[in-house]
Ligand binder design. Structure first.
Ligand SMILES: Cc1ncc(COP(=O)(O)O)c(C=O)c1O
Length: 397
């Protein structure tokens, strides 16, 4: 018999995919340039030249059998050493190569981190709004996701509500900063308060609660600021990273888990991930892209376009009377819809060829996500459409 759970999932098509398919179909009718597709988080700026140059150089200079051969189960030692050294220099950490596990993007990183620190049936706490794929990452490991309601005024952590979510089954807390979908950047204050709460609950409950920190947008922070490094605040941290957004290479599937040196059983984690990868069929990310990235760890694509786009949209939404926390980073903004039902709001927007994603899937009902990883010229043209949409559909807002 085929698997009923996965079969049933075929009926639950992702809203984002559906909207993106709509945008593609509509693009065929009126030209894709005329569809303001803000549905997908696909980078809109090319990879830096250094990344391409590294890939070419590796292809030309490395011994082919070695370059294209199997990596050790725990990853290429050269990559591991370079990632550790870069994180140490940037964030004052003391990682060694054996604490780094190269993965297929952040998705692979989170899947391995969760399996390392949970038993089936245990719970993982997340804070709304959150990346909806977490349901799959956590559920796929046999753990249960517990969702703390959002703090809608600034999308930091709702600590008042969080308190009640910890119990003897709590194995881990999964955070994402800078955040998809809200664009919030967790502050030092938020991270130290979270660390304090987790330490207190670990002591009370008699077991360590691990922090899994998902950071694919670490490099996309606005106003000249930097994302405080979560692992600096809490020792039992598994940092999950992806090069998808910083280097604009989501199709290459490269990232890593970095296990904090002071994490409980730190030395066991990466070897365990090596074992986990046998069951997940992961067995290391592709060697060439991962190695190319390892030689340009301090580089990024030109990410400044996202801040330009954010400012254009934020100012317009504000001017039109939306309630909208200003994003501190990423390429997402999440305003409150102008009616209670964000799905209805987003459907009306489609009439103006504006493709927004309702917040419901991110556990942010009443809000909608705008992914502005599109050309600035297109964002500029979209502003008139947004204005027309709002003024026509919500004249008395
Ligand atoms: C918050 C968040 N976590 C994880 C991922 C997965 O990243 P990757 O595609 O690099 O595996 C994404 C992708 O968009 C994301 O937005």
């Amino acid at each position: 018999m085929i698997n009923r759970e996965y079969l049933a999932m075929l009926g639950n098509k992702s809203v984002i995919r559906e909207l993106s398919e709509y945008a593609t179909a509509r693009g065929k009718e009126i030209g894709y340039d005329n569809v303001f597709d803000f549905s997908l988080g696909n980078p809109s700026v090319p990879a830096p030249e250094s990344y391409r140059d590294n890939a070419i150089r590796l292809l030309q200079e490395e011994e082919p059998l070695k370059l294209h051969g199997y990596n050790p189960t725990q990853g290429d030692p050269r990559v591991k050493e370079k990632v550790a050294a870069s994180l140490n220099a940037r964030f004052g950490m003391s990682y060694t190569g054996n604490l780094i596990f190269p993965t297929s993007g952040a998705a692979g990183a989170i899947a391995h981190a969760i399996r390392c620190v949970t038993e089936p049936g245990e719970e993982v706490i997340v804070f709304a709004p959150y990346f909806s794929e977490y349901d799959q990452y956590v559920g796929g490991a046999g753990a249960k996701i517990r969702v703390v309601p959002m703090k809608a005024d600034d999308f930091q952590i709702n600590f008042e509500a969080a308190e009640g979510f910890f119990n003897e089954k709590t194995a881990a807390v999964l955070i994402n900063t800078p955040n998809n979908p809200s664009g919030a950047v967790y502050t030092e204050e938020t991270l130290s308060r979270l660390a304090g709460l987790m330490a207190q609950k670990s002591e009370q409950l008699g077991h360590t609660i691990f922090l899994i920190s998902d950071e694919p947008y670490r490099e996309i922070v606005f106003d000249g600021k930097k994302q405080p490094y979560p692992a600096k605040f809490y020792p039992h941290t598994l940092t999950c990273y992806s090069f998808s957004k910083s280097l604009s290479v989501p199709g290459e599937r490269i990232g890593y888990v970095a296990v904090s040196p002071d994490c409980e059983q730190a030395d066991k984690m990466v070897p365990m991930m090596g074992q986990i990868s046998r069951g997940t069929g992961h067995n290391c990310p592709s060697s060439l892209p991962m190695l190319a990235a390892a030689f340009c760890l301090e580089d990024t694509s030109d990410l400044s376009v996202y801040e330009t786009n954010m400012n254009l949209l934020y100012d317009t939404f504000k001017e039109l009377g939306f309630t909208v926390p200003r994003p501190g980073g990423t390429f997402y903004i999440m305003p409150k819809a102008l009616e209670e039902d964000a799905v209805a709001f987003c459907k009306k927007a489609l009439k103006y060829d504006l493709v927004f994603v309702p917040g419901d899937g991110f556990k942010a009902p009443g809000f909608f996500r705008v992914a502005y990883c599109v050309d600035t010229e297109k964002v500029e043209r979209s502003l008139a459409a947004i204005r027309r949409f709002v003024e026509t559909e919500y004249p008395n807002r």
